[in-house]
Design a binder for this molecule. Structure first.
Ligand SMILES: Nc1ncnc2c1ncn2[C@@H]1O[C@H](COP(=O)(O)OP(=O)(O)O)[C@@H](O)[C@H]1O
Ligand SMILES: [Mg+2]
Length: 473
């Protein structure tokens, strides 16, 4: 019954924990993935804006170039030479000067100017001069008065896959037009301008920012993750230790149940033995009287009586041990109980020349206790002490009152208790005596604890052992 309930509650305890673990870890993963996606989207968006801006920029440059070329090159050239002929060095140099001063402070990588027959008439790169047919579709569109821009990305496969090529350029083709003075209308198309802008640096900056975002997110996630792992470990350890504790408690309970079953049985059997034993003893005593009258030896009958007494004592111990431990509390004085014990043992004390010293530190307050049970406990302790002092000796009984408790010491001068026995002394049936039952100290402990007191046994610095009992007032 206990087993089933406990296992269920244990599972119930670990299950939500596992769920918490699962959900938190997956939430972390989702958050991390989301960060990557968002930062990628963000980068893409910024790149698009950059591209649009660069295109607009190129258009502006073209408009500006158109204006400057018309004013500073076409008109003066026509006036001076009558005809535009860029193949002539003087004209070419003039054009170069106009373009370079116009674009002086702008971020432009390359400028090509095509004539109407798709031949490069002017270029930043002198090698390209005179090249024919390089304009392509964009050139044709520009001839039809349509400016276009296109993005060129160069780099390794990986760079391209992540959307951050090593080299990024925007190439814009736009018509080169003559201007009509004092008119807002454009003049006829004279050729095509190609402007190449290098925006690699901007792209790299965006990439670095993206990398920084992801790295920061990763570090935060990692910290969260390890904190979580730590917390979960701690939690699991606590649960584990709790389960262990419960297991131990269960074991203890089982042992207690087992012991109580044994106790009940023993009590029953002992009780049944006691009556016939009483009859045997009284019959033997009767027989002894007759034998004495008849002047017959009584040695065998004496043995019967003696052994009956011993058996009776053992049964008494069993019964005491098995007795339920609810003391009947009444006002009583510890020293009176001890005096009663000494009186009861006086014959034994006299025969063995034991010395019993009373060291009662007055005043000793009265306490609420079960005097009959305490008598029984003290008797067991004193019997043990005398049994340990086979060669005689002194038993000192100290009583003192401390704040809210009474402390009683039984100091004997016996042989003391070996270290390994000290641990087992409370176990029922632990005895080192040939005739012992091993129940005495168990009974004493039960009685003391039923009074909410404590008991300790230890060896004295000088010869012998000490039993120390504290009882609350
Ligand atoms: N005062 C003592 N001096 C030495 N040994 C002791 C003393 N009290 C108890 N013991 C040891 O503890 C054991 C258990 O005591 P107890 O429970 O009273 O059983 P029993 O007296 O029947 O042996 C004894 O056998 C003995 O070895
Ligand atoms: Mg004993």
């Amino acid at each position: 019954m206990v087993d089933i309930i406990d296992k269920k509650s244990e599972q119930g305890e670990q299950k939500p924990f596992r769920l918490v673990k699962f959900f938190t870890f997956s939430a972390l993963m989702v958050m991390f993935a989301a960060t990557i996606v968002i930062s990628a989207m963000n980068a893409h968006w910024v790149k698009n804006i950059l591209q649009d801006k660069s295109e607009e920029y190129a258009q502006l440059l073209v408009a500006n170039l158109n204006h400057q070329i018309f004013l500073q090159f076409i008109i003066p050239a026509v006036l001076k030479y009558g005809k535009i002929k860029l193949r002539e060095d003087a004209q070419y140099d003039r054009m170069d000067k106009v373009i370079k001063t116009t674009l002086h402070s702008f971020n432009v990588d390359m400028v090509n100017i095509y004539d109407m027959k798709d031949t490069i008439a002017y270029s930043f790169d002198h090698e390209k001069k005179g090249v024919n047919g390089a304009g392509g579709e964009a050139y044709q569109l520009a001839l039809k008065n349509r400016a276009t821009s296109r993005l060129i990305e160069k780099g390794s496969f990986v760079e391209l896959m992540f959307g951050f090529p090593n080299e990024t350029k925007i190439i814009t083709f736009a018509p080169l037009r003559a201007e009509k003075p004092l008119s807002s209308l454009d003049g006829p198309i004279l050729g095509v301008i190609e402007i190449v802008q290098d925006i690699s640096d901007d792209y790299h900056k965006i990439f670095k920012l993206q990398l920084l975002t992801v790295a920061t997110c990763f570090i935060v996630m990692a910290i969260l993750f390890f904190t979580l792992v730590f917390v979960v470990r701690r939690g699991e350890m606590i649960i584990e230790s709790r389960a262990m504790e419960r297991l131990k408690l269960e074991e203890k309970l089982q042992r207690a149940e087992h012991l109580s079953a044994i106790g009940e049985m023993t009590a029953g059997v002992s009780h049944e033995i006691r009556n016939p034993l009483g009859i045997i003893k009284s019959s033997a005593e009767l027989l002894k009287k007759k034998m004495v009258k008849a002047d017959q030896p009584t040695t065998i009958i004496d043995i019967i009586v003696e052994e009956s007494n011993r058996l009776n004592n053992i049964i008494k111990d069993f019964l005491d041990f098995a007795k339920p431990m609810t003391p009947i509390l009444k006002q009583c004085r510890i020293q009176d109980i001890i005096e009663k014990n000494i009186l009861y043992l006086s014959q034994q004390i006299e025969e063995n020349d034991f010395i019993v010293e009373r060291d009662f530190k007055q005043p000793i307050p009265e306490i609420m206790a079960d005097s009959a049970r305490l008598y029984q406990a003290f008797l067991n302790i004193m019997l043990n002490a005398f049994q340990a002092m086979q060669q005689g000796g002194k038993l000192t009984i100290v009583i003192l009152s401390e704040q809210d408790q009474i402390v009683i010491f039984f100091n004997d001068q016996g042989k003391g208790i070996p270290e390994e026995s000290l641990k087992k002394i409370w176990n029922p049936f632990f005895t080192t005596k040939e005739m012992g039952t091993g129940l005495g100290m168990g009974i004493v402990k039960n009685i003391v604890e039923s009074h909410h007191g404590t008991i300790e046994v230890y060896n004295r610095n000088s010869k012998g052992a000490t039993v120390k009992i504290t009882l609350p007032l």
